[in-house]
Design a protein around this ligand. Structure first.
Ligand code: N01
Length: 537
């Protein structure tokens, strides 16, 4: 093992992560002529799609848009089977991409980056891995994902549980067989709502431990027709442009009117049409759903009625009915989620009413009952936005750590969500205060990767050694992000977006809510103005 001052390897760029972002970053940097090393903790590519193998895992953005669009050839040769394909198909796609662009030789698997430290004298990043390697790089780029650090809540007694337990975000590679078992699922976010119907079909009995009910709308997944696939492929350029200009990096355009402008009859027609089409149609049907409480309530009530209509037992239906805003947590799309509670082998336990007190050797004890379980599934989410960045000891100028600079998860300060002052030549793909998780991730990733590549090419062509966000630009950007978020209902809801799901994490909203299309424009303007807001030396 070498010391950080005597690196064994010298490369132009180190990238962390071989998911959607790290893979494309590698491809573009290699094309630009940079020697690049990618470090990946897993033994394969795929990022979140490598780890999230739980039953029922599938994408909630439509497959023909939830993929890379940088290569027309790739876009046209890959065939998606359905509107919302399951995780194995998405992982197959990412492996196909890795092979097609011959990415694997520059990815080091089974290797976790433990620290990345900026060295002032050499103006290089010294990177250490958990395998004892040391490498020096001019550019340090994180592609660690926004929701990749699993949150297993600290519930007393987990160690004593005699059955098997799993977290949805770290699912085993081999099939987990729940046949004949009494299974408990804690959590009813996207992961819980996808896995609960699938587990219920296999297990002898399923107990769902719900703390907060969630809105969910049918996905209405279906196989694609050849006609649709042909239409999408023929219109590749147009679709790519539409996605780039849109608010979420998808083909959805927000409705032009307020929910309040429609008569009750017209509103019901619009919402019913959205419900029948499935997916995020309702979320995009109007222009003020996420801004106006009254507008939101009208739409929320429509979904509540659907829950009551779907669930046979009125008491269970009531427990499943949210009272919060719709869409301010990640809007969920499901396949027979509420219907699952009509099965005889499924029971709902409201743990807000009777909180979980401990996990025992035999199951879960709540304030008013005990539930015997053979297996337990934590669908309890992630330490979002900053969790994976903070797992790495990242230090910039004057040995200041990223974690220290941001104090805690919600006090992030970035410029454009791509860079942060005091951390020269470091870029964060889909970092905090970028549109990232509010948009279609592959689209937002492509924009970041392309911006970073253009930036590095500019630096090399102009013999600039250091790029660094200016304090003032960072202050302004963070303030702008906060003002935009505060004008919405997002910040009035407890969620992983706000950091409320992690105990001790301060509350904030480290995501740019101004829309992906407008964000692209801002980034392009910064470039056009000679990297305005950055110091270039
Ligand atoms: O996590 P979540 P997730 N006791 O944080 C509950 C993406 N994703 O993995 O709401 C009891 O949303 C918690 O309860 P509460 C997507 O962006 C996408 O489901 O905090 N319950 C909540 O019900 C998504 O938003 C896809 O009161 C506890 C649940 O656990 C993000 O990942 C699929 C608890 C966590 O919900 C995260 O989704 C899957 C405790 N101590 C995920 N702690 C698709 O593309 C937490 N909970 C479709």
């Amino acid at each position: 093992m070498s010391s950080s001052r005597e690196p064994q390897k010298q490369v132009d760029a180190v990238v962390i992560g071989a998911g959607f972002s790290g893979m494309y970053m590698l491809h573009r940097l290699r094309e630009a002529g940079l020697s690049t090393r990618v470090y990946e903790a897993a033994d394969g590519v795929g990022g979140v799609w490598y780890w999230n193998r739980y039953p029922g895992a599938r994408c909630d953005s439509e497959s023909v848009y939830y993929n890379y669009s940088f290569s027309e050839e790739l876009f046209k040769e890959w065939e998606w089977s359905s509107r919302y394909p399951e995780q194995p198909e998405i992982l197959r796609y990412l492996n196909y991409v890795a092979d097609k662009f011959e990415l694997r030789p520059d990815i080091q698997f089974n290797t976790r980056v433990s620290s990345a430290i900026y060295e002032e004298e050499s103006n290089r990043w010294q990177i250490q891995t958990d395998t004892g390697e040391s490498v020096s790089a001019k550019y340090f780029i994180t592609g660690v994902g926004c929701i990749s650090t699993a949150n297993v809540p600290n519930i007393k007694g987990l160690d004593s549980f005699e059955g098997d337990w799993y977290h949805t975000g770290h699912w085993p590679h081999e099939k987990v067989d729940f046949t004949g078992k009494r299974v408990g699922v804690i959590g009813t976010g996207s992961s819980g709502i996808q896995s609960i119907p699938a587990i219920a079909k296999e297990a002898a009995h399923l107990t769902v431990f719900q703390r907060t009910p969630q809105y969910s709308v049918p996905a209405r997944n279906h196989a694609y027709t050849q006609e649709f696939v042909d239409e999408v492929k023929e219109n590749y350029s147009k679709i790519r442009r539409q996605m780039q200009e849109s608010a979420a990096g998808l083909r959805f355009i927000h409705g032009e009117r307020s929910v309040l402008e429609d008569t009750p009859e017209e509103r019901r027609r619009v919402l019913q049409e959205g419900w029948d089409k499935g997916g995020w149609e309702i979320l995009f049907a109007y222009n003020d759903l996420l801004m106006n409480e009254e507008a939101n309530e009208l739409v929320a009530e429509f979904i509540r009625e659907k829950i009551r209509e779907t669930v046979d037992d009125p008491e269970t239906a009531e427990k499943l009915t949210p009272s919060s805003y719709y869409g301010t947590k990640r809007a969920i799309v499901d396949t027979e989620y509420f219907e699952t509670y009509n099965r005889k082998n499924v029971r709902l336990v409201d743990v807000k009413e009777a909180p979980i007190q401990e996990i025992t050797s035999k199951g879960i004890r709540t304030a008013d009952d005990e539930y015997e379980l053979d297996a337990l599934v934590f669908a309890t989410g992630f330490d979002g936005m900053t969790g994976s960045l903070f797992k790495i000891d990242i230090r910039g100028r004057d040995d200041v750590s990223l974690k220290g600079k941001w104090e805690n998860g919600a006090k992030t300060k970035t410029y454009l969500g791509l860079t942060t002052a005091g951390f020269p030549n470091m870029f964060m793909l889909t970092g905090p205060e970028s549109p990232s998780v509010l948009g279609n991730m592959p689209a937002t990733i492509e924009q970041h990767v392309e911006w970073v590549t253009d930036c590095i090419e500019h630096l090399r062509e102009n013999k600039v050694d250091v790029i660094e966000a200016e304090d003032r630009a960072e202050e302004d950007w963070s303030k702008h992000c906060k003002e935009l978020a505060d004008a919405t209902l997002y910040t009035k809801t407890d969620s992983w977006y706000t950091g409320a799901n992690i105990s001790g994490k301060a509350r904030g909203f480290p995501i740019y809510v101004g829309g992906y299309g407008p964000y692209r424009q801002i980034c392009d303007e910064v470039t056009a103005k000679g990297y305005e807001g950055f110091s270039l030396k």
